[in-house]
Design a binder for this molecule. Structure first.
Ligand SMILES: [Zn+2]
Ligand SMILES: [Zn+2]
Length: 280
């Protein structure tokens, strides 16, 4: 099988290590494929995404390290944020740069009628989540969570992407406090998301970052979602979403076990003009 990680952040965005350290770590781990996925530039000023004028340097660096480390195959990816009205169309990056693949993800939820205000549902602080829930949704969790999923639906239906990032990230800071993941209204949203992912031929990643950052005691997405993914035959990749080189490959074996438990026995890997699958 091909051992791969396609979700990796370096100093070009909010990662903490130089790209070279990730490549060296990838070689040490025996990875066949290592894909970089800087957070895409967004229109608002921020401290987590790559700057538009750095994108070409980022791609050049990947090519440079590919020449230096022929024993591992490197890929040029981008984790595209989707915030209606505040992000570039994903197609812009495909038209203007030589990316191998795009990952789509929602980290900032745009509440209806909020102007430029956004609810940051990711990051290290539970308080940020709680404050946004209060500010934008008056603590109405159903409204807030529904806004996240509706933004996810819109992203899937309107933007081109290969992989969808951490599909149910919205559960992370909830930690069973405001809603339970088995509530009917929540499952209906989740079911619809999986149907759309299937319809648009998107790969789902099993993402281990919540576990090793101790922000959520399980993978994204949940076992419930993985079982649905298995039934529909949606392709899957394992992602560490590493922001430090030492995080590359964290929980890789556990992810494989989790996938098997859900009935998934194949992994997707990058080929010249798309993706193929291999059993594991
Ligand atoms: Zn992400
Ligand atoms: Zn990421």
């Amino acid at each position: 099988m091909i051992k791969a990680n396609y979700h990796t952040h370096t100093l070009y965005c909010d990662g903490k290590d130089e790209m070279k350290l990730f490549v060296e770590k990838g070689v040490e781990l025996g990875l066949d494929h290592l894909g970089f996925s800087a957070h895409s530039p967004i229109i608002q000023e921020n401290n987590f995404s790559i700057k538009m004028d750095q994108v070409q340097n980022y791609l050049d660096d990947i090519e440079k390290y590919q020449k230096e480390f022929p024993q591992i195959q490197l890929f040029k990816g981008l984790e595209c944020d989707f915030i209606p009205g505040l992000t570039y169309p994903f197609q812009y990056f495909l038209d203007n740069f030589s990316f191998d693949y795009l990952i789509g993800g929602v980290h900032l939820v745009k509440p209806p009628h909020s102007g430029d205000g956004v609810w940051f549902i990711d990051g290290s602080k539970q308080e940020t989540y709680d404050e946004g829930l209060l500010q934008f949704f008056n603590m109405d969790i159903k409204k807030g969570v529904t806004a996240f999923w509706e933004q996810t639906f819109e992203m899937i239906e309107t933007e081109p992407m290969d992989i969808i990032a951490h599909l149910d990230k919205i559960k992370m800071h909830n930690r069973d406090r405001y809603f339970k993941e088995n509530e009917k209204w929540y499952l209906e949203l989740v079911d619809h998301a999986v149907d759309l992912v299937y319809k648009h031929n998107i790969i789902v990643e099993i993402n281990s970052r919540g576990i090793y950052k101790k922000r959520y005691p399980g993978f994204y997405p949940s076992d419930y979602i993985l079982q649905k993914v298995a039934k529909k035959g949606i392709p899957v990749v394992i992602s560490s979403d590493a922001h430090k080189s030492e995080e590359l490959g964290f929980c890789y074996e556990e992810a494989k076990e989790q996938l098997k438990k859900a009935g998934i026995h194949e992994l997707a890997y990058k080929v010249e003009n798309g993706w193929a699958t291999t059993s594991f």
